[in-house]
Ligand binder design. Structure first.
Ligand code: ASP
Length: 724
């Protein structure tokens, strides 16, 4: 027995759990099996069936995917929805102009007719989930190559998805868990008429700006209200004036009785991806090789954007959402490096791997199944890291938030191809021109050429030293067209001097006059040459290596997690997040970020004023809010000390995608809404420690106070089920 003492101790610190916190994002279907007992011990008063049930309305029916990557919760029987201001940011931006600037002033509808339509927004409800591993594994055997295995699994998945959604308006998706050791089916219902009801000004919703992003103590009122509409039969429908507020199966009650230190809290939402079982090699690659390069790339993008945004209001609005999106991961990567180094995670993971190897050596069966696994990871990461970085580097250049002129040029690719055949198809060409016109109009609404130019000039500096010739030479060849030295600067000078994608007018003229001659000229444009060269390297060099390595990695991870489950026999192992509905639970509580420093678990209106008085523009608030906060009269929204609670932290394990998740107390009532994690523990996607990992939520009392007193939104308050 003594023999196991040391390894298991390490296992528990690696898969961390403690008296107050339960690491993990759990599947609602499995709460009864894995968690309910512990949740009750921690203070939860309801049942697992109250969380997830297919027989009656349960909390899962009040939780949604909001847009492409956030969560939200239904809070009234008329389809009212609570999510984050930052999740709605690009929608608010799309409704804003310099004259009607909802980013700056906020927005409140006074009745249904004023609620704003969002053509590209959807919310999605989970109808049910089910384990389908046996079905998905039909026809799979151990001797198959990873590629064949993938195709059998994918075929089984598609056929199951088709069969369960046939003759319904539902969507289905089969998702892999534990790196392909288990599969679950998820059936969803999507609503497309979702209207904006109320959002605070950014000085409240984004209070603290990038200075405070990923930071505790925090004072942001990061909330937004939307409403789901349905047809008269309560079914999803495209926008129509005849649509009516959706009647949900479940809506969350709200509690203003507050959260005390140590109180049970849980949240439900859609965390995107975590890497809890990554080996030391993965962490080493990220922190020492990949993140530093990506951080530099984003630093320069942000410097350029900030410079131009500070000097022009129109540019500020146009680039607000892009800036936030670039800055978000930029800051998180830095926080992850800090946390992982501080907690010596590479060492902890290596020693876990050595213990695992020793355990494997103990019996022949284990040796047959798992021997050589950790060496396999080491070898793979060392072969793979250059391409791993190259893939991300290329996406930083030609992906979303990359050099936009390159992407705009690529809009014309299919159109140019349509002219290169003997008998061009005019119907296709017309349709394509319409499509491109739409893309150009959307793109140029938020585009400022000097920003794109400055970013392009800087992004390539030093890139030639990062990659092999196979990856970089094709780009070098393009750069050499305009200068003997192959200077990217010379190339971009020519490109930006001659591009028709500089502004909406020139680009639309170019589109409207596009014909066979333009099509042959198109292919020799510098922006097209560079985009195509990068796309070809990405598709032909980077992607195949990436696919091969990902497959190898998947099979190693599948085996590794299977082994870990046996190694850590009495520990519950949660599956990594994969943007399926999860529940996390823990408790409200402060923490020590560094020696002799203690952070309280909640912030108050007093802190908003203190930050405002520093004069930092990220902490600007208007006179109306100053007066309200100084009044000290917070009515039913104040706590027993007469303070106005603003945000609180808890030990719930969350990730990107959990933004907008409703935070619930022991009675299943909303006490807050999750929006961020604290800097010191932001590495929780890779390593969770309840000593320091905290999710940050806006206290529901602050939200209601702002709605009631600052935004005069009685229309919304009257609709809510508020418990004292
Ligand atoms: N801010 C994140 C989100 O947008 C939440 C997090 O990463 O903790 O989903």
């Amino acid at each position: 027995m003594l023999r196991y003492f040391f390894p298991l101790l390490l296992v528990f610190s690696f898969l961390c759990s403690s008296a107050d916190a339960r690491e993990g994002m759990w599947l609602p279907l499995l709460i009864e099996k894995f968690n309910i007992e512990e949740m009750h011990q921690k203070g939860y008063k309801l049942t697992a069936e109250d969380i997830y049930s297919i027989n009656s309305a349960s909390m899962k029916d009040g939780v949604v995917i909001f847009g492409g990557g956030c969560s939200g919760g239904v809070i009234s029987d008329k389809g009212l929805l609570l999510t984050n201001h930052h999740c709605a940011y690009s929608l608010i931006q799309s409704h804003s102009t310099v004259e009607e600037d909802y980013l700056t002033h906020g927005f409140v509808a006074q009745d249904y007719s004023e609620e704003m339509v969002n053509p590209n927004l959807s919310v999605t409800f989970l109808k049910y989930m089910e384990e389908v591993t046996d079905y998905i594994f039909k026809g799979v055997d151990d001797d198959m190559s990873e590629a064949v295995r993938d195709s059998v699994i994918s075929e089984n998945s598609r056929s199951l998805e088709r069969s369960v959604t046939e003759d319904t308006h539902y969507d289905a998706s089969v998702e892999s868990f534990y790196f392909g050791n288990s599969y679950y089916l998820f059936v969803y219902e999507e609503f497309n008429d979702v209207r904006m009801v109320a959002v605070p000004p950014s000085s409240i919703g984004k209070f603290g700006g990038d200075t405070d992003n990923w930071v505790w103590p925090r004072h942001s009122g990061d909330f937004a209200f939307f409403r789901i509409y349905a047809d008269k039969d309560n079914n999803p429908a495209r926008y129509s004036v005849d649509n009516v507020p959706y009647r949900p199966a479940y809506s969350f009650p709200i509690s203003i009785s507050g959260v005390n230190e140590g109180d049970f809290t849980m949240l439900m939402g859609y965390p995107g991806s975590t890497f809890s079982y990554s080996t030391s090699h993965h962490i080493e690659m990220l922190t020492q090789y990949v993140y530093p390069v990506l951080i530099d790339m984003r630093s320069l993008k942000l410097d350029v954007m900030n410079y131009y945004m500070d000097s022009d209001d129109k540019v500020r609005i146009a680039y607000a959402a892009k800036n936030s999106s670039v800055s978000n991961a930029w800051k998180r990567w830095q926080g992850e490096i800090n946390g992982l180094e501080r907690f010596e995670v590479i060492n902890k993971k290596s020693s876990f791997e050595r213990d695992f190897d020793r355990w494997v050596e103990e019996e022949p069966d284990k040796r047959v199944a798992y021997k050589g696994l950790t060496d396999g990871f080491e070898q793979l990461y060392s072969d793979y890291k250059e391409v791993y970085l190259a893939r991300l580097w290329f996406l930083e250049v030609i992906g979303r938030n990359g050099i936009e002129t390159l992407r705009t040029a690529a809009f014309f690719d299919r159109l140019a191809a349509a002219y290169s055949v003997d008998e061009p198809d005019n119907t296709f060409i017309e349709g394509e021109k319409e499509r491109i016109e739409e893309l150009l109009n959307t793109h140029f609404k938020d585009f400022y050429l000097p920003i794109d130019t400055a970013i392009a000039y800087k992004l390539f500096s030093g890139a030639d030293t990062l990659f092999t010739d196979e990856i970089y030479e094709p780009l070098d060849n393009i750069f050499s067209i305009y200068s003997e030295t192959g200077e990217p600067g010379e190339f971009f000078k020519e490109m930006f001097n001659s591009t028709p994608f500089s502004d909406a007018g020139t680009a639309l003229d170019y589109l409207h006059s596009f014909d066979g001659d333009a099509a042959s000229d198109y292919r020799s444009k510098p922006e097209v040459l560079l985009y195509n060269a990068m796309r070809d390297v990405y598709n032909n060099v980077i992607s195949p290596v990436n696919v091969r390595n990902t497959q190898k990695l998947d099979s190693l991870k599948r085996l590794y997690i299977d082994g870990i489950k046996k190694f850590v026999t009495d520990e519950k192992i949660y599956p990594d997040a994969n943007f399926t509905m999860r529940l996390s639970y823990g408790s409200a509580g402060g923490y020590t970020p560094s020696d002799a420093v203690w952070y309280n678990y909640y912030t108050t209106g007093k802190g908003v004023l203190e930050k405002y008085r520093t004069g930092d523009p990220d902490y600007y608030i208007d006179q109306r809010l100053i007066d309200l906060l100084e009044s000290g009269d917070f009515g039913r929204y104040g706590n027993e000390k007469g303070e106005l609670p603003v945000c609180f932290v808890a030990t719930n394990h969350t990730s990107g995608g959990n933004s907008g998740s409703v935070v619930i107390n022991h009675n299943g009532e909303i006490v807050g809404i999750n929006f961020d994690r604290a800097w010191d523990g932001v590495m929780s996607d890779l390593y969770f420690s309840d000593k320091i990992c905290r999710n940050i939520s806006v206290d529901i009392r602050y939200i209601l106070y702002i709605l009631d007193e600052y935004m005069d939104a009685d229309y919304i308050i009257d609709e809510l089920d508020i418990k004292m």
